[in-house]
Design a binder for this molecule. Structure first.
Ligand SMILES: Cc1cn([C@H]2C[C@H](O)[C@@H](COP(=O)(O)OP(=O)(O)O[C@H]3O[C@@H](C)C(=O)[C@@H](O)[C@H]3O)O2)c(=O)[nH]c1=O
Length: 188
């Protein structure tokens, strides 16, 4: 398994090995022991799957606040995304900073997003299917969204604000200013 720590080093891109033959390939997409050795010693309790029909769909920037904060292990089974995470861990030297990674079905890479990050992505291809494991159950009362295009975050999504396809929840999300105080997460 290939490991790449991003500029916020708790965020890791992992690319499991593929065993290729004439039929195609085989890959272990998750193995508790191997992932724990790679620094992803999480207990996952729920698997999610979203399908976005059009390229340019933005989902995010989402979080679940304490006590239901979620770590997420995200992969793409069809299509491709740019995944974006923002560090919101109180006391983190990277607070408010973001990192991005392209995650695609073709490459089979995954991104590990620990609890304490805003998470979102933009689809690069139509019919993009994203599946991800999470470390806590969905809790509607703790679920929230921060405006993906807030200039205070300085994220280049590669798309104009009016061109993105959004849910109503994400189009009307709170600003970074509104979110960032009080801080919702424990120290890194
Ligand atoms: C996230 C979630 C949503 N739902 C429901 C609530 C709602 O009626 C419907 C659609 O939810 P959303 O619009 O929040 O779906 P979506 O915009 O795809 O939300 C997801 O975005 C990505 C970026 C993440 O990081 C995820 O954790 C999650 O927040 O599905 C669940 O039942 N369980 C869940 O775990």
């Amino acid at each position: 398994m290939e490991l790449q720590r991003l500029d916020i080093p708790d965020v890791i891109v992992v690319t499991p090995r593929r065993f290729e033959d004439d039929r195609g390939y085989f890959s272990e997409t998750y193995n508790e022991t191997v992932f724990a050795e790679a620094g992803i010693g999480a207990r996952f309790v729920q698997d999610n799957h979203s399908c976005s029909l059009q390229a340019g769909t933005v989902r995010g920037l989402h979080y679940q606040s304490l006590p239901h904060a979620q770590g997420k292990l995200v992969r793409v089974t069809s299509g491709a995304i740019i995944d974006v995470v923002v560090d919101v861990r109180r006391g983190s030297p990277h607070f408010g900073q973001h990192v991005k990674a392209e995650i695609s079905a073709e490459k089979g890479s995954q991104i590990w997003v620990p609890a304490g990050f805003l998470h979102g992505f933009i689809t690069l291809q139509p019919n993009t299917h994203v599946t991800y494991k999470v470390t806590d159950f969905y809790d509607a009362g703790c679920d929230g969204s921060v405006l993906w295009s807030d200039p205070a975050l300085g994220i280049d999504w590669g798309i104009g604000q009016s061109d993105a396809i959004l849910s109503d929840k994400d189009a009307e999300a709170q600003s970074w200013q509104e979110f960032s105080s009080p801080f919702l997460y424990p120290p890194a």
